[in-house]
Structure formats: structure tokens, C-alpha cells
Design a protein around this ligand. Structure first.
Ligand SMILES: Nc1nc2c(ncn2[C@@H]2O[C@H](COP(=O)(O)OP(=O)(O)OP(=O)(O)O)[C@@H](O)[C@H]2O)c(=O)[nH]1
Ligand SMILES: [Mg+2]
Length: 398
């Protein structure tokens, strides 16, 4: 019979070999899998980046999927025209043409229906509050967050997402968009909040209102639909599995982000360069770029992200270049005294971000236009190489 000591040794050896094999398998799996957390203010381009991954490495939005997004295009058109008209009131701008008032009257009926929908949304929130009184259903925090997001107009994108744009509505919207007063309000959009893609959709109102309209991939990239719940997407990119976590950028939603800090391979931080002369949608006292800089600093110094590298996307560069033709970044950075060229201004803003990180933290900046698929293909390929590097270092430490 085998002595007990030898038997124990054999068993211990086998156990250790199994553990080694499991660790090896785990390491290999980790080597192939990266967790990417997209962070940044509302509207900075986080979801558009995920959409580009889907275009380039996923199913590319097949027609059946694109049809489903048609109501979102209509919703963007309605929200845009409503905000433009409201801004005219606020800015004291008059319609150029008398007939525009009739168009507005007609649309007011549509907007009223929307108000009913909003009231319905609030009623649903109240119901949730009542459910909270019963400890087994919902929670109070959920109620207050929903109320905040209704107040911020976050839900209005979903509330006016009818599946049809009637002929009368199309005619009225087109007439208003062509009115000089509305165009003046568009020119002054930095004074209130309006999605930049408004022009893209309003210019194409004739095409998108046809019965046979199916949004193109480009249309989908331009749709503005604020993220309201954390979304996870998985893509296979050059042999790596990307698990991308897309969060809601609104101020009221940011406290939820911390739950996703653990196990992150890299943070993809998005900022909208063009926000330098804009106010936030959810806090109209705060400049968008200043908010983004503060947010970046808070995250770069966050102790849970101490070991995590950041990839910084200086996004909406196309809109930034356009704005610089008429506006100086001095409105945002009064101490800036360099030339107002896109190169100098981008360099300066990049420097402002890099100033707001701990010395030891690695941040990889990229200048991007998230709606441009060709450009993003190159950017994602560069970012991929960085992610491979980060991942190799991370796995070596395991
Ligand atoms: N012109 C232009 N538009 C962009 C760019 N990046 C994003 N957009 C548009 O900006 C809007 C907001 O982009 P999203 O990707 O939804 O922003 P987000 O960061 O996910 O916002 P939240 O979900 O609210 O946190 C969309 O209408 C996009 O089409 C860009 O580089 N250039
Ligand atoms: Mg989003």
C-alpha cells in the first residue's frame, strides 16, 4: 500500500496542476476580453461611439432594425422645432412671415398632445411612488430620479416618438424651418440647448416624411436619444471581445457610474469640443466644456480608477471647426491668447484636460468626429492597439 505521505503529496500535486490549468484558462480568457467604460457629459458622443462599433464590427444596423428607429427621427424633428420656437420667445425674435403663425397654431395642437403624454409620464412616476409605499415594489430613489429626468426634459425625446409624421405636420414644420425668425433662433443656439443634428433632420424633412422612409445608417448616427439606463454592448474586434458599458451622462445619473468602475480595462472619456460656447441641457447655468473638464478631473483622481488608463476623445471636432470661424474660445477660456485656429485651439483644450490628471496617470488623447464612420474606423484601429497594450499589462499583473 502507498504510504499516506506520498498519497497526500500526489493529491496536492494534482490539485495544484488543476488550479494552474484553471488560472491559465482564466488568464487566456481575460487576455481576449476587455471591459470599456464610456464616460462623459450628456451629448458628448458616448452612444454614437457604440453605434460606430456596431456599424464597423457588429451587424451594421440591418434594415429591420433601422425601420424601428424611424419614430426616433420624427421625435428629433419635433423636439427641434419646439425648442427653436420656444427660443424665439425667449430671445424676442419675431416670425418673418405671417403664415408661420398658422403653422405654429397647428403644431401647438401636436405639442399639446405631447403635454398630455408628459403628464401621463408623471402619473406613472407617482404610481411608482405609491408602489414604493409597498416595500416589495420599486424604491423612492427611482421615483425622485424619474421626476428629475422628466423635469430636465430627458423623456420628451421618447414622448414625442409617434410612428408617423403627417402631411400637415410636415408642411407646418417645413414652413417654420424656412422662416427667417426660426433661422435666426438656430444661429443663436448657443444661448439655449438644441441638438446639433436638428439641422440635418430639418433640412431633410421632405425625405424623412415619405411613407417609404427608412433611416439610413448615417441618420441613425445623427439621432439624439439620451441614454437613460446603463447599456452594455459586446463586439468582437480583431480577436478581442469588447464589453462596452454605455452610461447616461446627465448630472442626475452620474452617481450610478461608480458601480461599474471595478474590472474596467480602460475608461473612454468623451468631451464635446464644440460645447465651449454652450450651456448644459440639464443645468443652464453651467458651460458644457467647463462641466466636462471638472468631470474629467473628478474621474482622473477617483481612487477606484487610480490604476485605470484613460482614452480621451476630443469629440465633435467637425462642429468645433465650424464654430471657430465665427466664435473665439476666449468666451470659455478668457486667459487664452493664442490664434483662433482649429489646431491651436484643440491643442490648448487638450492641454487643459491633461492638466487635470495626476502626473502618473496615462491618458491617450484622440481628436474625433463620432458621426464620421471612415474617420472612426482609423481611430478605433489606433485605440484598439492601445487597448491591446493596456490589456497585456493588466493580465501580466493578475
Ligand atoms: N456633428 C457631430 N455630431 C455628433 C458627434 N458625436 C456625436 N454627435 C451627435 O451628438 C448627439 C449626442 O450624441 P450621443 O452619442 O447620444 O451622446 P451621449 O454621450 O451618449 O449622451 P447621453 O446618452 O445623454 O449621455 C447625437 O445626435 C449625435 O449624432 C460628432 O463628432 N459630430
Ligand atoms: Mg448615450
Amino acid at each position: 500500500m502507498e504510504p499516506k505521505k506520498t498519497k497526500d503529496l500526489k493529491e496536492a500535486f494534482l490539485r495544484s496542476r488543476t488550479i494552474d490549468a484553471e488560472l491559465n484558462e482564466e488568464r487566456k480568457k481575460k487576455q481576449r476580453e476587455v471591459q470599456l467604460l464610456t464616460l462623459g457629459s450628456a451629448g458628448s458622443g458616448k452612444s454614437t461611439f457604440s453605434k460606430q462599433l456596431r456599424v464597423l464590427y457588429g451587424d451594421g444596423f440591418p434594415e429591420a432594425e433601422r425601420v424601428k428607429l424611424r419614430p426616433n427621427v420624427y421625435s428629433n424633428v419635433r423636439v427641434a422645432i419646439k425648442r427653436l420656437v420656444r427660443a424665439m420667445e425667449k430671445l424676442g425674435i419675431q416670425f418673418e412671415r405671417e403664415e408661420s403663425k398658422n403653422s405654429l397654431c397647428f403644431l401647438a395642437g401636436v405639442f399639446r398632445r405631447e403635454c398630455w403624454n408628459a403628464a401621463l409620464g408623471l402619473a406613472r412616476c407617482c404610481l411608482r411612488g405609491l408602489q414604493w409605499l409597498d416595500p416589495e415594489m420599486g424604491d423612492a430613489q427611482d421615483l425622485s430620479e424619474n421626476l428629475v429626468s422628466v423635469e430636465n426634459g430627458q423623456h420628451c425625446y421618447e414622448l414625442c416618438a409617434d410612428d408617423k409624421l403627417s402631411l400637415e405636420e410636415t408642411v407646418a414644420i417645413r414652413a417654420l424651418w424656412q422662416d427667417k425668425g426660426v433661422q435666426d433662433a438656430w444661429e443663436q443656439r448657443h444661448l439655449y440647448h438644441l441638438a446639433e443634428s436638428a439641422k440635418y433632420f430639418l433640412d431633410n424633412i421632405d425625405q424623412i416624411s415619405t411613407e417609404t422612409y427608412i433611416p439610413s445608417v448615417q441618420d441613425i448616427l445623427y439621432i439624439r436619444l439620451p441614454t437613460t439606463a446603463i447599456e452594455e454592448h459586446e463586439f468582437s474586434v480583431n480577436g478581442l471581445t469588447y464589453r462596452v458599458i454605455d452610461v447616461a451622462g446627465q448630472k442626475s445619473q452620474r452617481k450610478k457610474w461608480i458601480h461599474f468602475f471595478e474590472g474596467v480595462t480602460a475608461v473612454l472619456f468623451f468631451t464635446a469640443l464644440s460645447g465651449f460656447n454652450e450651456l448644459m441641457d440639464d443645468d443652464d447655468k453651467v458651460n458644457c466644456l467647463h462641466d466636462s473638464l471638472d468631470l474629467f478631473r473628478d474621474l482622473a483622481y477617483n481612487k477606484w480608477l487610480e490604476q485605470t488608463d484613460f482614452i480621451l476623445f476630443l469629440n465633435k471636432h467637425d462642429l468645433f471647426v465650424e464654430k471657430l470661424k465665427t466664435t473665439s474660445i476666449k468666451s470659455c477660456f478668457p486667459h487664452y491668447d493664442g490664434p483662433n485656429t482649429p489646431e491651436d485651439c484643440t491643442d490648448f483644450i487638450q492641454g487643459e484636460f491633461l492638466k487635470r490628471k495626476p502626473v502618473k496617470k496615462t491618458v491617450y488623447p484622440h481628436i474625433t468626429c463620432a458621426t464620421d464612420t471612415n474617420l472612426m474606423k482609423t481611430i478605433i484601429s489606433d485605440v484598439h492597439n492601445i487597448i491591446v497594450d493596456i490589456n497585456l499589462r493588466r493580465v501580466a499583473l493578475l
